[in-house]
Design a protein around this ligand. Sequence first.
Ligand code: LLP
Length: 430
Amino acid sequence: MTDARQPEPVPGTDVRHVVWRDDRLHCESADLAALAATHGTPLYVYSEAEICDRFQRLRDAFGPETRICFAVKSNSNLAVLRLLHRLGAGFDLVSGGELLRLRAAGVPTQRSVFAGVGKDEWEVEAALQAGILFFNLESPHEIELLERAGMTRGVRVPVAVRLNPDVDPRTHAYISTGKKENKFGLGLDTAGAAVERIVASPHLSLVGYHVHLGSQVASTQPYLEALERVQEFLAGAPERRSGLRYLDLGGGFGVRYKPGDPVLDPAELGAALVRRVRGMGLELLIEPGRFLVAEAGLLLTRVLGTKGSGSVRFLLVDAAMNDLIRPALYQASHPVVPVVRPDPDAPLGTFDVVGPVCESSDFLARGVMLPPLHRGDLLAVLVAGAYGAVMASNYNSRRRPAEVLVSGSEAKLVRRRDRFEDLWAAELDT
Ligand code: LLP
């Protein structure tokens, strides 16, 4: 007999800190049903311990000298940013808004890098004023933009050129960024001319290169291919490598959404990259988002009812595509688990878990095996900590969910649910 009080992980996932205790699902030691009663649903719940563990795994894999710049776009809650800063992370920013978020979180920007495929003047000025490690140059026209900013401020602007190595990351087409048909970075055929201009400019300083292949990458191979292309590019002319300090190989480390998903092993990737980059005399940066926060988050939702029969049965819940858009946008599948552990003998049925939004693409999961559930029962949608709350919208005039950060048995509300007045607060009476 197993001890009923022994916490048990949810099978088929890599989530460590969402566990069964006495047949009730907990985030660390916080009872999810109790959190739903206190804060309502839909509710995002994050585990601090999971983020700490994942960060430590990357630290162990990449060593103390690699700079880990958390991709703010994946989860930009101020409490999450503060936690990652305390752990020693820098940040990968893609907009002035993200820079202002760091400031709002009281987190220094000096260890941050600023990418973004289209940069506005105010964003460049704000980043220069705040002080960042470097800008990732994404297009030739940004050379003038950064030069002007450097000239006005009387500084040399640190620039890492984002190379598009035309390597297939073998991921969903919408989250592939390192192929030549993607809008990101400079192709290896045009980057040489850009580098010549940067090196010749008295207002710019070439400090390194950046590559980001895409997101949810499942193996080490594409990173190694990209590194090879970068090395070939550097070998092409002496000015391409003089005075360099950094090689930023981006993020994209994939995680497991469903049993059997191949996942990238950070230890293998770290072992392969760190040695090679050190051999080039450069400092390695990585920009993980999903890897650090996906498993740490879940979306708690309440059942509103069931309908349908025969081949398609719907489980209607109170969370929708506006709360978690990944299933609708990328055909992503997230594990869905009842918050009260079902009787092992309960008959299972196959359901599409759908929300109240008026779109047929409004589903959280399709074809999931679930026990009989009734209005009021709770479900947890797991591996939802990355690109979950940050991509939430007010579509159908729905309020974006609240967010809670759990540490042990302590659960802090770190974002309140939108108020209805928030929905029209920015609209003007004309
Ligand atoms: N660095 C750059 C330049 C990026 O564009 C991204 C992600 C990252 C780092 C972080 O990638 P990660 O380690 O999180 O895979 N919304 C999509 C993912 C979009 C990723 C965009 N760029 C999703 O939900 O799958």
